[in-house]
Design a protein around this ligand. Structure first.
Ligand code: F6R
Length: 247
């Protein structure tokens, strides 16, 4: 089957953030009990700031929303300054009226990792599945922490991070050296992500251009996990011009 990925190329990172925020805020306006999927990393920071601004400007309440995050580092406490729970609280949850108990970020410090991953999948099911999941893409093609080699039917589990991921997350944005980055993570699987009713993958900047092109029009292969999104019925890549230049 040919790639079903839809492309939306916008002039600037700001325009990308405005589009993403518009999609989330209008979903929640129309469906106050929406089930959201969220991501961390540098790319969504602008989108989260814009969701906060727009939801306040348009008086859209997130009080009925459930939100699930893609992943979390293994072996660090929720309170760690670089945990994805801390990131989400800082960039989004603390600024919305979403109920903290309806936000689900995997617990990287869970004593029983398998039970933690199974309960994450069960909670998504109990909420009726994810309406819209925001995704980023790693320069190695990972989606969530599904590193190259992750199959399309993978579910939430503990994974080892690729060397390239350790290096990217140690470039000073989040950690200073690869040795500081936790080597394992808990991540929603490719299959978990593909179950969402709608996907928005966001990429910004020239350093994502090559992998974005491979994901959109290259062969569908676990070597480029983002290429496995090609079969999804409603997946849009929202790109700035620089990230789209190799397609
Ligand atoms: C984050 C995640 C990762 C990032 C990807 C891109 O929750 O799952 O897949 O989306 O590593 O990160 P940035 O946006 O920092 O380039």
């Amino acid at each position: 089957m040919a790639s079903r990925i839809k492309l939306l190329v916008l002039d600037t990172p700001e325009a990308v953030a405005q589009h993403v925020a518009g999609q989330f805020v209008s979903l929640v306006r129309d469906r106050p009990g929406a089930v959201l999927g969220l991501a961390t990393g540098s790319t969504p920071e602008r989108s989260y700031a814009e969701i906060v601004r727009l939801s306040k400007a348009e008086r859209v309440s997130f009080a009925g929303v459930h939100a699930f995050n893609l992943d979390e580092y293994h072996g660090i406490a929720c309170e760690h300054p670089q945990s994805y729970r801390t990131y989400m609280n800082r960039h989004l949850f603390d600024h919305l009226d979403v109920r903290p108990w309806n936000t689900y970020v995997l617990n990287g410090a869970a004593a029983d990792v398998d039970a933690e991953c199974a309960s994450f999948e069960a909670k998504i099911k109990a909420c009726g599945g994810i309406d819209l999941w925001l995704l980023g893409i790693g320069t190695n093609g990972h989606v969530a922490f599904n590193e190259p080699g992750s199959p399309a039917d993978s579910r939430t589990r503990k994974v080892a991070l690729a060397e390239s991921t350790l290096a990217s997350n140690a470039d000073g944005r989040f950690f200073k050296t690869p040795a500081e980055v936790p080597p394992h993570a808990l991540t929603a699987g490719v299959g978990t992500v593909l179950d969402a009713r709608r996907l928005l993958l966001v990429a910004i900047g020239a350093k994502k251009a090559e992998i974005v092109a491979k994901a959109v029009k290259g062969p569908k292969t676990p070597d480029v996990p983002a290429s496995l999104l090609q079969d999804h019925a409603d997946c849009t890549f929202v790109l700035d011009k620089a990230a789209a230049e190799r397609i």
